[in-house]
Design a protein around this ligand. Structure first.
Ligand code: DHB
Ligand code: MG
Length: 227
């Protein structure tokens, strides 16, 4: 196989299993036109999230990092009629693009976009019904903070997904100086060590290149027990 045969495979899998959806494709086009970075999940990744939410029977989904709402649409479409996505976005310009994309996708009534730093917004969500699925896809430096909130705002059985845990192989470099990689490593170490989670991770090779996704289940919800 040629070195980039995986690109053909990604196109093949995307064409075969995901296909085309004008609303999702417009969301990406408008996000690009607005100058947002093209760092949304790949189509196969979006559908993967969608299926996880359906398998989990998720009614309440928390997303940290809305960007232009591409993954948000995939997640919202997995919900039953009374379900809800709460999505947090720090960048007002991104939230504006996302709201328009969510409206066009006709999922805006099922999605609440909270503008602000997730570390500030997450504590305001305490006291609500627990989230059934949490998707963490924001500034990697804060992954441990977001995982802590996933356990606090979840319940036993909550599904937790962390994006971008491969970073083109850099995650396995113990001497990395890149803050986003260090944040990713700390998040993975927390998933391993923290009594509230059980987790694994898979490398991914898709339209977004070589990366990875971590999958965890909350085995004990609430704040960390200090023993
Ligand atoms: C970056 C962030 C992401 O969430 C992603 O999926 C890809 C890249 C980034 O910050 O570079
Ligand atoms: Mg990401």
């Amino acid at each position: 196989p040629t070195p980039d045969a995986w690109r053909r495979v990604d196109r093949y899998l995307t064409e075969t299993l995901v296909g085309h959806d004008p609303v999702l494709e417009s969301a990406v086009a408008d996000q690009n036109a607005a100058g947002l970075p093209a760092i949304e999940v790949a189509p196969v990744g979006g559908k993967f999230l969608h299926l996880l939410a359906r398998i989990a029977g998720a009614r309440r989904i928390l997303e940290v990092g809305t960007l232009g709402g591409y993954s948000t649409i995939w997640l919202a479409r997995a919900l039953p009629a009374d379900g809800q996505v709460v999505s947090i976005e720090a960048e007002p310009a991104n939230a504006r693009v996302a709201r328009a994309n969510l409206r066009r996708a006709q999922v805006d009534e099922r999605v609440e976009v909270h503008e602000g730093r997730a570390a500030d917004v997450l504590p305001t969500l305490e006291g609500g019904e627990p989230f059934d699925l949490v998707f963490i896809d924001a500034d990697k430096e804060s992954n441990t903070i977001y995982l802590d909130w996933a356990a606090r705002l979840g319940r036993e059985g909550t599904v937790v997904v962390v994006d971008n845990v491969g970073r083109a192989g850099e995650v396995a470099n113990p001497a990395t100086m890149e803050s986003h990689v260090i944040g990713t490593q700390r998040g993975l170490e927390m998933l391993a060590r923290d009594h509230r989670f059980d987790a694994t991770a898979l490398q991914t090779l898709d339209a977004k290149g070589w990366d990875g996704v971590a999958l965890a289940v909350v085995v004990e919800a609430g704040p960390a027990r200090h023993t």
